[in-house]
Design a protein around this ligand. Sequence first.
Ligand code: GLV
Ligand code: MG
Length: 309
Amino acid sequence: MTKSSPRPRRSTLAVPGSSLKMIDKARALKSDALFLDLEDACAPAAKPAGRENIVKSLNEGGFGDRVRTVRINDWTTEWTYRDVVDVVGGAGANLDCLMLPKTQDAAQVQALDLLVTQIEKAEGLEVGRIGFEIQIENAKGLLALDAIAGASPRVETLIFGPADFMASIQMKSLVVGEQPPGYDVGDAYHHILMSILMAARAHDLQAVDGPYLAIKDLDGFKRVAGRAAALGFDGKWALHPTQIDDLNEIFSPRQNDFDHAENILDAYAWCTSETGGARGAAMLGDEMIDEASRKMALVISAKGRAAGM
Ligand code: GLV
Ligand code: MG
C-alpha cells in the first residue's frame, strides 16, 4: 500500500491477544483496522500464549480487508524481540503492520526495521511490506516526532496514546481522553495532537487518536472523536464494538460535504479544460474556486472515496 493511497483507518479496534474468543468476535466487526495486543491488554504471564493465539488467528484468516496489526511490547521490556520473531516469523504473510508502543526515538524504529527485515529475508517474505504504526506516549517521543516519523519507510501512522502520555507527563487526570479537572482555559491535549498531526502530514503519514476509556459514555466518546476528526486526524481507536459505527461516521466526510467537494473538483476541471489551463479560478454558484480550494476538496473527496462514498 503506497502512502498516496493509504489504507483507511477511521476505526481501529483494540483486541487482547490473550483472548481467542475476542479475536474470533473481531472478525465479524466492521472496523477499518484492528490490532491484536501483546502489550498492556496482555498480562506478563499471558504473553507467550498471546503470541501463539495471534499467530494461529492471523494464519486462519477471516479478517476481510481490514488492516491487521499486532501491537508488540516496547523496547524497554524483555519481550519485544520475541514478540517480533514469533509473530513475523509465524504469520508474517498474514500481517499488515506492527505497532510499536511508547516510542522514544528514531533508533527504536530503525531497530525494529532491521529485525523485521531479517525475518522477512529468512522466511522468504516480501521485504518491506509490513508497515509500522508508531505510538507517541511520552515527552521523549513527542520531542523526537520528526525523526521518528522519518525513521523508516515502513512507518504508516503516528498514534496518540493518551493514557500513557498523561501518566508520563504527570497530567492530573484519571479519565483518559477527558480534560484534567482544574484546567479550564482550553484543551490540554491540543499541543500534543497538533504536533502529531504536523509530523504526520509533513511525512505523508496517517494520524490516529488513541483510546477513550469510559466506554459507556458514548456522548463523551463522540465529542472527543469529533474534535480529532475536526483537526484532521484520520481515525481513532475503538476499545469496544459499540464505538465502531460512530467512528466510521465521524471520520468520514458528511454526504453533503462529499458532494460539494466533488462539485468543486468537476467545476475546476471543466474551467481549466475549457480555457486550456489559462484560468486559475472558476465559479461554482456564488463560490469562487481556485487551486487551494481544489486541494481542500481533494482531501474530502479522497476520504469519502476511501470510505466507499
Ligand atoms: C494507549 O496505548 C494509551 O496509552 O493511551
Ligand atoms: Mg499506551
